[in-house]
Design a protein around this ligand. Sequence first.
Ligand SMILES: NC(=O)c1ccc[n+]([C@@H]2O[C@H](COP(=O)([O-])OP(=O)(O)OC[C@H]3O[C@@H](n4cnc5c(N)ncnc54)[C@H](O)[C@@H]3O)[C@@H](O)[C@H]2O)c1
Length: 364
Amino acid sequence: MKINRLKAKDYSVIIGKNSMNSLASEVKNHCPKCKKIAVIVDKKIPKKFLIKLRKNLKKYKLFIFFISSSEKIKNLDKANLLVNKLLKLNFNRSDLIIALGGGIIGDMTSFIASIFKRGINFINLPSTLLSQVDSCIGGKTGVNSKYGKNLIGSFYNPKVVISETELLKSLPKREIICGYAEILKHAIINDKKFFNFLKKNTKNIILLENKILKESILKSCKIKLNFTEKDFKEKNLRMKLNFGHTFAHALEIRNKYSNKLNHGEAVLIGMLIAIRISKFKNLCSAKTLYEIENLYRKFSLIKNLRKHLSKNEILKSIKFMKNDKKKDDEKISFILLNNIGKTTAPGKFKYKVSQVENLVKRLF
Ligand SMILES: NC(=O)c1ccc[n+]([C@@H]2O[C@H](COP(=O)([O-])OP(=O)(O)OC[C@H]3O[C@@H](n4cnc5c(N)ncnc54)[C@H](O)[C@@H]3O)[C@@H](O)[C@H]2O)c1
């Protein structure tokens, strides 16, 4: 399979089978003075990739830290622990930190890189579909707090992103669907043609069919880059990427960040709630709602998640929106849908918690 190089303003995204082979040359290019490399690795990454990584980076002093990934470890305590380890090992800004894992490892590692001595070189090797199509792009770093998700963080770009598609072969189907959720979000908010492509090709993406998979990763990254490059610090346009996420984050907190509901699954539920509200407010047509719900049904996207789409569950999660970053004063800002491919403008629809509760009571 051909490797693709997507050129962003500040970094490239290399996508495809065996793209990891380019790691040594990328390190040499981007971090010429690097002597030490710390790799923060998800424990579930198959051994063969670590062997490959060690072989690739044999010229450098390599320190590998294994992490058992979960939203519960994505916090300041864990980040502080790792920062102290790097300080003790005398890492310099010219050295390098690599993340080899999903969005959790990527978000936390990039956060560490951004604060370590005010910024050390960072390379991302995303290992889940979600991280390859979404979290590796746009420079958002972060950890969770007991007050909410990703409330502590920074904006910091990697030197390069290498999306090795072979890594996805060991992912459980549940995680593939989580990644697919963000691909679908990109289509719904920005690209009707891509949505139609997904109607035909979702099964092939979930089965990791090489050509379709790579095309979808590439398209998804392009859509996200289009938003993040125009509005890196999320002042306006980029907020559209939060479509479905206000409800998603609240549901994740309601479930105590447990694996009862993964991030991508919460996004699938959150998008449906946002679309139903859009239809109720006459912002989108019944046809639009039907078309999207039909795709969910056809590919059984939320087959085992119906419980989270109940009135009771949604109502109980709403109180957690109070600390959401998308909140403006006492009102919560929502991105809603006009059409497949077009959302409402950021900041246009803001509701008080009580108004959101009323909407949910009428709709579910
Ligand atoms: N920074 C951003 O812009 C951004 C965007 C979207 C999501 N996120 C964040 O990303 C996180 C979710 O990311 P995720 O879905 O990748 O979760 P994750 O990192 O927890 O990975 C999901 C699961 O897959 C396992 N795993 C990872 N790679 C594997 C592999 N190759 N083979 C087998 N198992 C593997 C992990 O151990 C974990 O159990 C959330 O914390 C979310 O807030 C960030």
